[in-house]
Design a protein around this ligand. Structure first.
Ligand code: HAM
Length: 421
């Protein structure tokens, strides 16, 4: 137990943390480009926030939350997603009092007690976007285009953008009744989950992964047939904007999404080669969530991308960058007596802005050269006892193989010159 992490968690080791830094750098660039600012909220919140925000009958709340009482007997939950927490922060810090819309992004770990498999973990990371305060379809189009742009900048192709409208509290009850009428006779044939969804949230039957349920929902009425005028014109507006921007999309009337806060626009971006966990991005509009959390009615829309899934997709398409760990200089003390000098030199080089390291293991000359080559190091600075006495060092250019005995005082100058060549 002590040498294995909890199921569904993963360590990001030094040989792959560079891939994460690369993806995070692209996230920051695209968000800057689209004028979204970073928000960082805590990884745990009051449980009540997620019960109210995500919905008590969702899979996330019913089965997947890490909930516990803290020592003060308050119920705390590790965030399973971040939209509700961003809304909480928006209200707590009165971000609604500033210029609208408030355009935010976040990167961080989320926690769901899911069944772990490739692309599905118990601790995973999301890059998310939330735009609060704007109600027209233009902001929907903006955030969808941000998601697509982000994935394209990474070089990903073969992506499918699926969109749907899930209506609003005005038109959804009409659809709900229609769906219940449709499923009434099929009810005994549906899975136990769908049987309980029938009363509580019949729309979720439409995206049940059970093959039998999927078969029984063939021919179910579509939300599009029941949309009220406002939802209808919002959805047409979005489709027009996406078309004008040259963003390909598919209409998917079964796209329901697993969180209760969605209204109007719902969308997902899928990368098929990932198989069962093909959704790399999911999002939608949540015009009722701010009021549900105690604020004035305020429209909102956002998405979240699963960073692990994006990395899997990049790996599959051979799009991961080549990572380099190279350094400018490696300082090789050739006797114990020269260790202190090596430390003095490595400190000076680092202060001058170079990437530098030294030997800490009292290795032989051969072993030190081998170690320096692994980085690789551009220069090796050798210090033997003779050099120490003369206040000189042997500077070896690892690219050319040339080496030169130089005054210690001209080392920085020589390395700078060598680097520029
Ligand atoms: P979600 O669809 O639950 O939406 O999650 C978004 C993305 O997070 C998924 O498409 C997937 O890539 C990734 N993801 C979810 N669960 C896991 C897991 N167990 N392991 C690995 N990756 C996972 C939300 O979370 C909403 N808050 C999105 C949103 C923001 N809607 C509006 N604003």
């Amino acid at each position: 137990m002590l040498t294995t992490g909890p199921r569904g968690t993963r360590d990001i080791l030094p040989d792959s943390s560079g891939y994460w830094q690369y993806v995070e750098q692209v996230i920051r660039q695209v968000c800057r480009n689209f004028a979204y600012q970073e928000i960082r909220t805590p990884v745990f919140e009051h449980t009540e926030l997620f019960l109210r925000g995500i919905g008590e009958t969702t899979d996330i709340v019913e089965k997947e939350m890490y909930t516990f009482n803290d020592r003060g007997k308050r119920s705390i939950t590790l965030r399973p997603e971040n939209t509700a927490a961003v809304v909480r922060s928006y209200l707590e810090h009165k971000l609604y009092a500033g210029p609208q819309p408030v355009k935010l992004f976040y990167i961080g770990p989320m926690f769901r007690y899911d069944r772990p498999q490739a692309g599905r973990y118990r601790q995973f990371h999301q890059f998310g976007i939330e735009a609060l305060g704007a109600k027209g379809p233009a902001i929907d189009a903006e955030i969808i285009s941000l998601a697509v742009d982000f994935l394209n900048r990474l070089g990903l192709s073969d992506l499918r953008l699926l969109i749907n409208s899930v209506g609003c509290p005005e038109c959804r009850p009409v659809y709900r009744t229609k769906l219940q009428d449709f499923f009434r006779e099929k009810l005994p044939h549906l899975c136990p989950d769908c049987q309980s969804r029938y009363d509580r949230n019949p729309m979720r039957i439409l995206d049940c992964k059970n093959e039998n349920c999927a078969e029984h929902s063939q021919g179910a009425p579509h939300m599009a047939e029941c949309l009220c005028d406002e939802c209808n014109s919002h959805f047409s507006g979005l489709k027009d904007l996406l078309t004008a921007a040259g963003i390909n999309f598919e209409l998917n009337p079964r796209l329901v999404r697993g969180l209760d806060y969605y209204t109007k626009t719902a969308f997902e971006i899928q990368y098929a080669p990932l198989g069962a966990q093909s959704a790399v991005c999911g999002g939608g509009r949540y015009d009722g969530l701010v009021a549900e959390c105690g604020g004035q009615p305020t429209p909102g829309i956002g998405f979240a991308v699963g960073i692990e899934r994006v990395l899997l997709a990049l790996e599959k398409q051979a799009l991961l960058p080549v990572l380099t760990n190279s350094i400018d200089a490696f300082i090789a003390p050739l006797a114990e007596a020269t260790q202190a000098k090596a430390f003095e030199i490595v400190t000076e080089l680092r202060k001058a802005g170079f990437t530098a390291d030294m030997d800490f293991m009292n290795r032989s000359l051969k072993a030190q050269m081998k170690y320096a080559n692994k980085y690789p190091a551009r220069f090796v600075v050798l210090i033997g006892e003779d050099e120490l006495r003369q206040n000189k060092v042997m500077l070896k250019n690892m690219e050319t193989g040339n080496q030169e005995l130089i005054d210690k005082t001209s080392l920085i100058h020589m390395i700078t010159e060598g680097m520029e060549k």
